[in-house]
Design a protein around this ligand. Structure first.
Ligand code: PEP
Ligand code: MG
Length: 582
């Protein structure tokens, strides 16, 4: 038996079989061939192309009914790529004329194709290089007769159950595809506690352990695993005694969750009868199912960028309108639709290596910056949100604001599309409240100025912590610096709440901090009254709210903020959390 320790994500214990997905990084074999081998090498190459074409077509006609609708289009793109002369015919020419092996010939031409896509300015077309890599990877696997060809997420057998994915890393786009694959947990070599992948793990209700370097070489396919998210532990091939212990623990946790379920029907009020708004974060309309019984009073964050992932083209206005309508119509209470937050680790197809932005992508063309630089991408979304808002209590929220000019530009685009809709005679809601995510320190420090132009604030602590403490949220080597209780973070949170209160606009928090019961009392003490989180966290926060006496908390918050050393500060928060209020 082996015990591995990493960063636990989400909650719970999973027991299952390892399914190792290794994006193989084998060197491509490169050698000259003799003249008498040329014909055989060309046929070997042509057969590999034919095999991959057959495989893709087979996949295309055997898509499970639960596959996301865009999967078919995804495979079409790969079939088209396979027909590109640089992939299907020119390597044959190189084998003949340069007398090189098929893998080498393919690699050379694929590199040319990747460089071509790299130089395209349109970000969507640019991401096609990842499709090239996937198609070429398939051909390489056949050529190198990789008998242990690893599945990737898009081709995973949807009938597998009780599988625990073990892989180097999962992009948010990969993770979202796990929804359809009935996995019970995942374990990765990389990743941090507030990466979008971790957030998705929570939203899927999957326990996960990330940042386990070398795990790919330690765990084999089929190994029995226990994943304990609370402690960040992965037990490989546990003995019967341990297995039995964890099964008991798993059952206890299930009962505790069951006991909390009754809170879903209760009002979330403190012991001194103050009502606290608990809202849910969602990524896709299908997440609405998770809201059943959660007691969510609405949606505090709808991350619309997930609608744009794992597909060749961005969704058009109509498709977006339908998706937003579906959410707005099904939810009782407000629905806060966040405009596109693509960029950094959230690439449309999971690719992470745009050369220009590779150094510090989190500081690059992300979220509102990307949208303002591409009005053709942004305007259809604004129109779709304004139209969907006819059908319910929809609000619009702008992510990653760092300057008032960005806000002005965004508001002016909203006015522009409203005038267009008016002219076109299309129904829309001209009075949609427009709020901003306060998640960049610049906006937090100047929150009073932003408050004059916005209808509400939502504090994005994931990014606020990332940018304040200068720690890339996807870089596990600096995870240890992640600290929501860092005095700078707490001061910024207090500044934002105060600015909102002085301007008389609501302030909510939708970062992961809002869904962690360790911080509930402190945040209440700082004046926060609206919390938004992954649906799986709602009942636990509800319980914490019910056990808190609001009147006592501002004093604690003041003492915690006045602390001059981190150990005392953490100790005070622990004390605050064990305090029993009657
Ligand atoms: C945040 O930054 O806290 C947030 C909620 O947004 P995201 O995690 O999508 O960046
Ligand atoms: Mg954010």
């Amino acid at each position: 038996m082996l015990a591995l320790s990493g960063t636990g994500i989400g909650r719970g214990i999973a027991i299952g079989c390892a399914l190792v997905l290794d994006k193989s990084q084998n060197e491509v074999p490169q050698f000259q061939i003799d003249a008498d081998r040329v014909d055989r090498e060309v046929s070997r190459f042509n057969e590999a192309i034919a095999t991959v074409r057959r495989e893709l077509k087979h996949l295309q006609s055997n898509l499970p009914p639960t596959a996301p609708p865009e999967t078919g289009a995804f495979i079409d793109v790969h079939l088209l790529m396979l027909d590109d002369p640089l992939i299907s015919s020119q390597p044959g020419w190189s084998i003949q004329n340069e007398k090189i092996n098929a893998e080498w010939a393919l690699k050379n031409h694929a590199d040319t194709l990747v460089a071509f896509f790299d130089n395209i300015s349109d970000p969507y077309l640019r991401t096609k290089k990842d499709d090239v890599a996937q198609v070429v990877g398939r051909i390489m696997d056949v050529l190198t007769e990789d008998k242990e060809r690893r599945p990737n997420i898009s081709t995973l057998d949807h009938t597998l159950t009780d599988r625990i994915i073990v892989t180097r890393d999962l992009s948010p786009a990969d993770t979202v595809m796990l929804r359809h694959r009935h996995m019970t947990a995942f374990v990765t070599s990389f990743g941090g506690p507030i990466s979008h992948t971790a957030i998705l793990a929570r939203s899927l209700g999957l326990p996960a352990v990330v940042g386990l370097h070398g795990v790919i070489d330690t765990i084999c396919d089929g190994d029995q695993l226990i994943v304990d998210a609370a402690t960040g532990t992965v037990l490989v091939a546990p003995d019967d005694r341990l297995l039995a212990q964890f099964q008991v623990l798993q059952e206890q946790q299930r009962k505790q969750r069951q006991a909390l379920a009754k809170l879903g029907k209760e009002k979330s009020v403190t012991l001194d009868d103050e009502e606290i708004t608990l809202l849910a974060n969602i990524e896709l309309p299908e997440d609405l199912d998770a809201l059943d019984g959660s007691g969510a009073a609405g949606i505090g964050l709808y991350r619309t960028e997930f609608l744009f992932m794992n597909r060749a083209q961005p969704p058009e206005e109509e498709e977006q309108y339908q998706a937003y309508c579906q959410v707005v119509k099904s939810v009782r209470g407000p629905v806060t639709i966040r405009t596109l937050d693509l960029g950094a680790d959230k690439q449309v197809d999971g690719g992470r290596d745009e050369p220009q932005a590779a150094i510090t992508p989190a500081l690059g063309l992300r979220a509102i910056r990307l949208c303002l630089s591409e009005p053709s991408l942004f305007k259809p979304q604004l129109r779709a949100i304004l139209r969907a808002a006819v059908h319910g209590d929809a609000r619009m929220m702008i992510p990653m604001l760092s300057s008032l000019q960005e806000l002005e530009q965004s508001l002016s685009l909203v006015r522009e599309v409203s005038a267009e809709l008016e002219r076109e005679g299309i129904a829309f809601n001209p009075n949609v409240p427009i709020g901003g995510m306060i998640e960049v320190p610049a906006a937090a420090i100047a929150a009073d100025l932003f408050a004059q132009k916005l209808d509400f604030f939502s504090i994005g602590t994931n990014d606020l912590i990332q940018y304040t403490l200068a720690i890339d949220r996807v870089d596990d080597s600096v995870n240890y610096l992640y600290d929501p209780l860092h005095p700078s973070v707490l001061r910024l949170v207090r500044t934002i709440i105060q600015a909102g209160s002085e301007a008389d606009i609501p302030v909510s928090m939708c970062g992961e901090m809002a869904g962690d019961p360790v911080f509930t009392r402190l945040l209440l003490g700082l004046g926060l009254r609206h919390f938004s989180m992954e649906p799986s966290q709602l009942l636990e926060i509800h319980q914490q709210v019910r056990h808190s006496r609001l009147a006592e908390l501002p004093g604690w918050a003041e003492r915690i903020l006045a602390c001059t050393d981190s150990t005392t500060l953490h100790g005070l928060v622990d004390q605050l959390n064990v305090e029993e209020y009657a």
